[in-house]
Design a binder for this molecule. Structure first.
Ligand SMILES: [Zn+2]
Length: 392
């Protein structure tokens, strides 16, 4: 599970409350030599200004070291009179430098100068950029240079489209935005997107959505409440496995031929395809859970599990899918809990008997009580019933 998802999980208070979820949308703004250069210049100026203020801060008395102090603004705009970026961006650089000193001091590093000026980003606030929706999709207007806004077309991905839809549906607000240039010369915007969600304490709900990520299936999800099963949803992993194997074989053939460019392109294809499938799967799981709210999503704690190098399924992107589920669940205010995976795939969910022979590929048949079911559905139900976990 991602750190972001975990930290917001720990914030859940007892009872139902409203909390603000903040997640980062990564926008691919494409590449164009000239626009990329303008962003690079902007980054350089921003970092130089942050570094300059960083040198000045120690000479300012501590009570006056707050980001909105006009002294910093005067200092930076005075020193960088010939800058290309707008005054508001100079202000952002000063804020950034002072904020860094504050968090530096909070960590107990008094006296030391935080590392400023070596970053590779340019920070914008709401007044320095604008998102637009048009016939060709989404546009991003970056207006960090005086009188010269730069327009970008957003190359949407399943990830970014979801956030952009939230914003244009009026369900979410945008916060600050950070611009980077990738090694390939592509411009990326890391945009903070925030919206309110109702949250509740996982212990207060009786419906548990157990999710099994198996070999036969991408996922099997079961909504359980006590001994009853309120619903099941499953997605086969066959097509995903097949297409991934084809792409991997293609990459191998290209690599044999020494076609490095082809290998790189093929690797990109595998990443994009995997990302697309996992995005869709995680979205389906969270939509299924949303139909059963209030509920808690229960996942297997696979820490250590994937480290078995000779495990034939270690290549299966378990962790990625779990992270995506947790991230999307947090976006909906649905808590996520982990349980110990011991015996979840071989235990009969009806009578509790656990024997490896009960499971044969996708089939589960209990020889004690006669219960028969899809093996991954049996596992998903067990996972849902295993929370709260007595073994952890
Ligand atoms: Zn049984």
């Amino acid at each position: 599970m991602s750190k972001a998802a975990q930290s917001s999980l720990t914030k859940f208070a007892a009872g139902t409350t409203t909390e603000e979820v903040v997640q980062t949308a990564v926008l691919d703004l494409g590449t164009s030599n000239q626009k990329t250069e303008l962003v690079r210049d902007g980054i350089e100026e921003f970092q130089a200004m942050a570094s300059y203020i960083g040198d000045m801060v120690p000479s300012i008395p501590e009570p006056e070291r707050y980001p909105y102090n006009n002294v910093f603004y005067q200092l930076v705009t005075g020193e960088f009179e010939d800058r290309a970026v707008k005054a508001s961006v100079a202000q952002n650089a000063a804020h950034h430098a002072v904020d860094m000193f504050t968090s530096h001091a909070q960590r107990g590093d008094h006296g030391d100068r935080p590392d400023l000026g070596n970053g590779s980003f340019l920070k914008l606030t709401n007044q320095d950029f604008e998102l637009v929706e048009n016939d060709t999709g989404y546009g991003f207007k970056a207006s960090f240079i005086r009188y010269n806004p730069i327009w970008f077309h957003v190359n949407t991905t399943p990830h970014s489209r979801e956030y952009l839809e939230r914003v244009f549906d009026g369900d979410a607000d945008t916060g600050s935005c950070v611009l980077h240039v990738t090694d390939d010369g592509d411009v990326r915007a890391h945009l903070a997107v925030k919206w309110p969600v109702e949250v509740y304490e996982p212990h207060d709900v009786s419906t548990h959505v157990g999710v099994d990520i198996g070999e036969n299936v991408l996922y099997a999800a079961a909504a359980v409440s006590g001994d009853g099963v309120a619903g099941v949803k499953m997605e086969s992993g066959r097509e995903f496995r097949h297409h991934r194997e084809q792409l991997q074989q293609k990459r191998y053939r290209l690599s044999e031929k020494g076609d490095l460019r082809g290998v790189k392109a093929c690797r990109g294809d595998i990443e994009r395809y995997t990302d697309h499938v996992l995005h869709t799967a995680s979205k389906e799981v969270v939509e299924f859970a949303r139909d059963h709210t209030p509920c808690v999503i229960v996942l297997e704690d696979l820490t250590g599990y994937r480290e078995t190098a000779d495990d034939p399924i270690h290549d299966w992107p378990f962790a990625d899918l779990q992270t995506k589920i947790a991230y999307k669940a947090t976006a909906e205010g649905i808590p996520v809990e982990l349980i110990n995976p011991r015996n979840t795939s071989i235990r009969c969910r009806k009578c509790g008997q656990a024997t490896p022979e009960f499971r044969d590929g996708a089939d589960f048949k209990c020889r004690r009580c006669g219960y028969e079911v899809h093996a991954d559905v049996n596992a998903a139900i067990n996972i849902g019933q295993a929370y709260p976990d007595q073994n952890q």
